[in-house]
Ligand binder design. Structure first.
Ligand SMILES: Cc1cc2nc3c(=O)[nH]c(=O)nc-3n(C[C@H](O)[C@H](O)[C@H](O)COP(=O)(O)O)c2cc1C
Length: 190
């Protein structure tokens, strides 16, 4: 059993990448092997069907897709851009969703898997509005998105230097988000 954890940000000091790292620790502590990746480490062009038709999936898209295929669940921290998720996250999902022939149906990297969502924003709503769209998108591609989620407002003041959350209760709730996904996957397996 395996969880893939990532954010929708490629910003150097991303709040969301820090947030998902805390949740990933919660999942790990609950006993499920968890890998954190940074989508910014995958150099993906904007999805173009002509490009895929001409030369297949770019190697970096294939590398990302393999990580998604190997995962049973996803921890996703989504920055809110103009009340929706980021283009980086959407572009990654679009590339990973693509079929490469009969033995690899479209969406195979997502279908039947589970996810837990979270967000952080310097704003007052913590990126909550973007999670509405993300939850809908993921549901439409066959992912069970668990009801538990958190949005962290005023993110510029919410984190300590070491990446943990300043407020102990908030820290515990994010660790618990990771633990919730881990326990859900463990229940499915048993
Ligand atoms: C194009 C753009 C649109 C944004 N729109 C919103 C928004 O609708 N709501 C919000 O709370 N923050 C918005 N922000 C601010 C982001 O929440 C902020 O940049 C945050 O740090 C992004 O997450 P990150 O730290 O993980 O990169 C926007 C930022 C950008 C660059």
């Amino acid at each position: 059993m395996h969880i893939l954890a990532f954010s929708g940000s490629n910003r150097k000091d991303s709040f969301n990448q820090r947030l998902v790292a805390v949740a990933a620790r919660g999942a790990q502590e609950a006993g499920v092997d968890t890998t954190i990746i940074n989508l910014g480490d995958f150099s993906l062009p904007i999805y173009c069907q002509d490009l895929q038709n001409e030369s297949g999936l770019p190697p970096e898209a294939q590398r990302l897709k393999n990580l998604f295929k190997e995962a049973d669940g996803f921890l996703i921290a989504s920055p809110e851009y103009n009340s929706a998720f980021s283009p980086l996250l959407k572009n990654a999902i679009d590339w990973v969703s693509r079929s490469e022939g009969k033995d690899d149906p479209a969406g195979a990297a997502f279908a039947g898997k589970s996810a837990v969502l979270m967000a952080a924003s310097p704003g007052a709503l913590g990126g909550l509005r973007g999670l509405v769209f993300l939850r809908m998108l993921l549901g439409n591609i066959g992912i069970t998105v668990l009801p538990n989620q958190r949005a962290i407002p005023k993110a510029a003041d919410a984190f300590l230097e070491d990446g943990n959350l300043r407020d102990e209760k908030v820290q515990a709730s994010i660790l618990n988000l990771g633990g919730t996904l881990a326990q859900h996957l463990q229940r499915l397996e048993s």
